[in-house]
Design a protein. Sequence first.
Length: 259
Amino acid sequence: MSSRKPIGFLDSGIGGSSVMIEALKLLPNEDYVFFSDSANNPYGDKDDDEIISRCDEIVDLLVRKKNCKAIVLACNTASAKAVGALREKYSDLPIVAIEPAYKMVHDENPDGFTLVMATRGTLESEKFNKLFYKYNNNKTDLLACVGMADLIEQERFDELQDYLENILKDYKGKTSNVVLGCTHYPLAKKQIKNVLGDVKFFDGANGVSRQLKRVLEQNDLQNDKTEQGKIDFIDSSPTESEQELKKKRFFKIISEEKI
């Protein structure tokens, strides 16, 4: 029996648009509700209990008020810190969680020097460390990019370029692979390339979208309509004008596929 209920997306801001683009390619006929928690961005510097509590509030809203049939944690920090608690509490709800695409490096270019760019919260998490030590090529540096998601979220791209010039200066000319361990970071590929040159990017957007498709099929939750699905966007910014700006930028990214 198919379902016309929407799929809920959760992110600390609009970075999860990079995941939504991939989901739309695979599942264009599904309906979506995207919750952008801009009021609490970034998640990467918050403690575990705060992240778990906030994600719980959002999932509860997506289930009770929006009747979502599945949840995608389109935020690496939320996935790393909160997915276990959420799956335990919402045991009947399919929850798909993104993770840094470090295994893809192992599969596609294990001999190249790899830089993993992520939030401190993601890099310090048990979930990421298990993944890292399983596939470590011993040619990898982990870089906590404190404040980077915030610069992207606020579209402060001149400051972002200066920021990247500073934190990436030691990696010029030696880096082959860049793992983008935060869903905001694909929105800054151009700026990263300006510093590092022609590197190969890896992110978890396609993988989590394929997993979402599998989960829907396994649970017989696919939408049976044939027309393009709709996207409902919610932002937690404190004012309507801020919410409207986030909404416009989100749909601009989605429509132009700027990643």
